[in-house]
Design a protein. Structure first.
Length: 201
């Protein structure tokens, strides 16, 4: 499931900025190229952040994200952030706004969860190892059980290919906090899948 869907983006940041600038200048094709490049990863990010309980809102938030991108194109500053960082900042904001409208508590990671921080993090993420639909479904459930900030850091890193610095920028925290959130997420997913398969994660 996730191993098949996962997308790692390696576009040229300068090219992204040029396309957005061209869109702002009236180039009808430039925005379409950006959309084609980032549509799927953006949609997946929103879907995985919302989880199954709010799956009916994914399309609307995805559309709202791209409308905001289009309308705010003139305000984008490539000296401050890459386009993809800016995109996921906006997509994340749409998700959090949705949860606030639904009066859903936005949970941060537990700062005292030292056991999770001590779990070794040797290499491949759990998503890299998923080999069956059943296991993938268990992983999705474990991901949806994570606090939202941890889930966001994990999905940005594994699906969207953002660096820790980009995740930090997109979420408004320092790099160490972003790293901690990602580490907690990976550790908790490993714990959730412990025993499923030897040396699975």
């Amino acid at each position: 499931m996730w191993a098949i869907d996962s997308v790692v983006m390696e576009p040229d940041p300068a090219d992204d900025a040029d396309l957005l600038r061209a869109h702002g200048a009236g180039d009808a094709h430039a925005f379409g190229r950006l959309y084609d490049r980032y549509d799927r990863p953006c949609f997946q990010f929103i879907r995985r952040m919302l989880g199954a309980a709010y799956a009916d809102a994914v399309e609307d938030l995805h559309q709202e994200t791209w409308i905001s991108i289009s309308r705010s194109a003139a305000g984008f500053d490539p000296a401050r952030a890459t386009f993809r960082t800016w995109l996921f900042t906006i997509a994340r904001r749409k998700v959090f706004d949705h949860f606030r409208r639904q009066k859903v508590a936005v949970l941060a990671f537990a700062a005292g969860d030292d056991a999770a921080m001590r779990v070794a993090d040797p290499g491949p993420t759990p998503l890299d190892q998923v080999q069956s639909r059943e296991l993938a479904l268990k992983l999705v459930a474990a991901l949806e059980a994570l606090p939202l900030e941890q889930r966001g850091a994990f999905v940005m890193f594994t699906d969207a290919g953002l660096s820790l610095d980009e995740i930090a920028q997109a979420t408004g925290v320092d790099a160490e906090t972003a790293k901690s959130r990602l580490r907690y997420a990976r550790a908790k997913l490993r714990q959730a899948l412990a025993g499923e398969r030897p040396a699975h994660v």
